[in-house]
Design a binder for this molecule. Structure first.
Ligand SMILES: [Zn+2]
Length: 146
């Protein structure tokens, strides 16, 4: 799973808890108690990973929740270059360069792709969105099978 910002925060706290447990060993705390505490910390970590994994799922336009796997096989219909699948990064608050307005898919070719459009300052790469601004599903290239 991708590391979400919540996960990073929890991982830091849990790392500190582990350090404190290690210090208990040095204060002659009973090994049974120390091992119980280690087990509990591991259990918390497993539960969090599961919960956060399911929370990072993306709801599709049918209202069905499905885990999204990054597609590495998408080709631009204009120039056949690799297309980046940013759906997961876009949903991750820890990724500051991606906002809800970022394209879900973007052509890697910023040179001579016919799908490039003129932006305010420069030509922008061909890009695709899952939904328009009203939340209606948009048409993606059929060959992507998304
Ligand atoms: Zn292209």
């Amino acid at each position: 799973m991708g590391m979400t910002s919540e996960m990073a925060k929890f991982a830091g706290t849990i790392h500190k808890m582990r350090e404190n447990i290690d210090m208990l060993v040095e204060t002659n705390t009973s090994p049974t108690i120390v091992n119980d505490m280690r087990d509990l910390v591991d259990e918390i970590l497993d539960t969090l990973e599961e919960a956060l994994f399911f929370n990072s799922d993306v709801q599709d336009d049918m209202g069905i929740t499905a885990a999204v796997t990054e597609r590495m096989d998408l080709a631009c219909p204009h120039c056949s270059s690799r297309v980046y699948d940013n759906r997961i990064r876009k949903a991750d608050d820890a990724q500051e360069t991606y906002s809800p307005k970022s394209p879900d898919f973007i052509c890697s070719n910023d040179d001579d792709c016919k799908g490039m459009i003129q932006g305010k300052l420069r030509k922008l790469r061909a890009s695709w969105y899952l939904q328009d601004l009203d939340g209606k599903p948009k048409q993606l290239p059929e060959q992507w099978l998304i």
